[in-house]
Design a protein around this ligand. Structure first.
Ligand SMILES: Nc1nc2c(ncn2[C@@H]2O[C@H](COP(=O)(O)OP(=O)(O)OP(=O)(O)O)[C@@H](O)[C@H]2O)c(=O)[nH]1
Ligand SMILES: [Mg+2]
Length: 459
C-alpha cells in the first residue's frame, strides 16, 4: 500500500517532545534507513546487528564532532509504532543539541517529517485504524481528565469496535442478497428479511446513540459555558471568586459593580467549564451599565448552562417565579441558585421557596459550593453517555455517521416496501461505504492527507 503513495520510502525524522528547554528531548527516526542513519552517528557499537527493543547508551558524533551523550531505543519493523524501522534518540533537552542531531540525521539521508506523518505511517501499515489514529491527535490536544479518557478509549478501539460489528453483520447480509441475485429466476430468498429488519433497527439505535454522544464529546473538548446571571448585588462575582478559589472579580455592596463580562475556566471532575460573570440585570439609565445588561442577556442566550443567582433575603417567591419564567424563555438549561443563606438561615430559605427547584448556597461563606459543582457536572453527563463509554468527538466521524444513519433509514424503508433485492443491495453497499469511511477501510489519499495534517510534527 505504501508503495503507491509518494514519499513513503523516505526515512523521516522529527522532534517528538515539545519545543523548548527540557530535561530530555526525544528525536524519532522512522523508515527503512532509520537504523543505518543512527548507526553512522553512533561509533560505540554496530546498531545494525543489535536486536529489536533494546537500549544503547553512548556518544553521538558527526563529522568527528561530539554532539551529545544519548540513549537510543531500537525498534525493528514491523514491531514499532509506525510498523517501520524506528530509532528513538533521547538527548539532553537543549534546543541547540536537538537541532544539531536532527540536522545530522538529515545530512545522512533522512528528511523532516510532515505533521502527523508518524501516525499516518502507522495507519497505512495497518497498526491503527483511522478512528484510532485520529484519537492520537485528540489525546495530544486533550487538556482535561475526561477528554483524555475519551481519547484513550477511542485509541483502544471502543468506537471502531461498535462500528466494525455493525459492518460485519451488514456485509453478511449484502453477501446473501448478492447470492440471491445470482438465482434471480428461481425466486429464492437466502437473506432472511426479518433478521435484516432487526439488524437495521439495532444498527440505527447504535448510530443514533453515537450521534447523540457527539454533543457531549464536543462539550468535553471545548468546555461548557456557564453564565452566572441575576439582579445586581445577588452575589454573582462573589460566586465566581469562590468557585475559582481566588479574588478574580471585584465585589462590592454597590449594585452595578460588574459592568463587563469576565470569563474564567475551572475543571470539575475532569470537565472544563467556562464561567462567565455578568453585569446584574436591571433597568438602568447609565449607558455603560445598559450595554453590560445587553451583554448579560446575550450570554444568557448563548451559554450551555445558566446559573440564575438570587438573594434569598431580598427576593419574594412571586418575583423569583417571574424571573425564572424569563430565564427559561431565553435558555431552558438553567439552574436556580438562592444565595446569602447565611443571613436568613438555610431552613428559613428553604421554607420560603418551597416548590421551586432551588439550590441554596452562601457564596461568601462557601456553603454548599461542592453541591453546586456536582450539579454542574451532572448536567453535562446526565441522560447522555458516561465519559468512559464511546463518544464521538470528531466532526468527520459525525458527518459520516449521519450518512450511515440516512442509508439505514433507506434500507428500512426498502424493507417495508418490499424492495427488490438488487435495490436493497445498493442501499446496503452505500451504508457500508460510509461505515468504511470512518474506520478508514475506504478512503482516498487527499482525505488522509487532510486528516493527518492536523497532527503536530513528531507524532
Ligand atoms: N452575607 C452574604 N453576603 C454576600 C454573599 N455573597 C455576596 N455577598 C455580598 O453581596 C454584595 C454584592 O456582591 P457581588 O458579588 O458584588 O454581587 P454581584 O451580583 O456581582 O453584583 P453586580 O456586579 O453589581 O451585579 C457584596 O457586598 C458581597 O460581599 C453571601 O453569600 N452572604
Ligand atoms: Mg458583580
Amino acid at each position: 500500500m505504501l508503495g503507491k503513495l509518494t514519499g513513503w520510502d523516505d526515512t523521516i525524522v522529527a522532534l517528538a517532545t515539545p519545543h523548548g528547554v527540557g530535561a530530555i528531548g526525544v528525536i524519532r527516526l522512522s523508515g527503512p534507513q532509520a537504523i543505518r542513519i543512527a548507526n553512522q552517528l553512533f561509533p560505540a557499537k554496530d546498531l545494525e546487528i543489535q536486536r529489536s527493543h533494546t537500549l544503547h547508551v553512548g556518544m553521538l558524533r558527526h563529522h568527528d564532532k561530539p554532539l551529545d551523550e544519548a540513549v537510543l531505543a531500537l525498534y525493528k519493523a514491523p514491531r514499532s509504532y509506525t510498523g517501520e524501522e524506528v530509532v528513538e534518540i533521547s538527548c539532553h533537552g537543549s534546543p541547540f543539541i536537538l537541532e544539531q542531531v536532527i540536522r545530522a540525521c538529515t545530512e545522512l539521508g533522512a528528511r523532516l517529517a510532515r505533521a502527523g506523518e508518524f501516525t499516518q505511517r502507522a495507519f497505512l501499515n495497518g497498526k491503527l485504524d483511522l478512528t484510532q489514529a485520529e484519537s492520537v491527535a485528540d489525546l495530544i490536544a486533550s487538556n482535561t481528565e475526561a477528554s483524555r479518557n475519551t481519547a484513550l478509549h477511542n485509541i483502544r478501539g471502543g468506537f471502531s469496535q461498535a462500528l466494525k460489528n455493525l459492518r460485519d453483520q451488514l456485509l453478511q447480509f449484502s453477501a446473501l442478497i448478492e447470492l440471491e441475485l445470482d438465482f434471480a429466476t428461481e425466486d429464492v430468498e437466502f437473506a432472511d428479511r426479518g433478521r435484516l429488519h432487526a439488524l437495521v433497527d439495532e444498527a440505527k439505535t447504535t448510530t443514533e446513540q453515537l450521534l447523540l454522544s457527539f454533543r457531549l464529546g464536543n462539550v468535553i473538548r471545548n468546555g461548557v459555558s456557564v453564565a452566572i446571571v441575576g439582579r445586581p448585588n445577588a452575589g454573582k462575582s462573589t460566586l465566581l471568586n469562590t468557585l475559582l478559589n481566588e479574588d478574580r472579580a471585584i465585589v462590592s455592596e454597590i449594585a452595578g459593580t460588574t459592568r463587563d463580562t469576565i470569563e474564567e475556566v475551572i475543571n470539575i471532575d475532569g470537565i472544563l467549564f467556562r464561567l462567565i460573570d455578568t453585569a446584574g440585570i436591571r433597568e438602568s439609565k447609565d449607558v455603560i451599565e445598559s450595554i453590560g445588561v445587553e451583554k448579560s442577556l446575550e450570554k444568557m442566550r448563548s451559554a450551555d448552562i445558566v446559573l440564575y443567582l438570587f438573594d434569598v433575603n431580598s427576593t419574594t417567591p412571586p418575583e423569583l417565579e417571574a424571573a425564572l419564567l424569563q430565564v427559561q424563555r431565553l435558555n431552558p438549561s438553567y439552574i436556580a441558585v438562592g444565595n446569602k443563606t447565611d443571613l436568613l438561615g438555610e431552613d428559613a430559605a428553604q421554607n420560603r421557596f418551597t416548590g421551586d427547584d432551588v439550590l441554596f448556597i452562601s457564596a461568601q461563606e462557601g456553603t454548599h459550593i461542592s453541591a453546586l459543582r456536582r450539579r454542574l457536572a451532572d448536567r453535562v453527563i446526565q441522560g447522555t453517555v458516561h465519559a468512559e463509554s464511546t463518544i464521538v468527538t470528531n466532526a468527520r466521524h459525525y458527518e459520516a455517521l449521519q450518512q450511515v444513519d440516512r442509508s439505514l433509514t433507506d434500507i428500512r424503508n426498502g424493507l417495508y416496501n418490499q424492495l427488490a433485492g438488487d435495490l436493497l443491495a445498493l442501499d446496503i453497499r452505500r451504508c457500508l461505504h460510509y461505515l468504511g469511511e470512518i474506520t478508514g477501510e475506504i478512503t482516498n489519499e487527499d482525505q488522509l492527507d487532510y486528516i493527518f495534517s492536523k497532527f503536530c510534527i513528531g507524532k
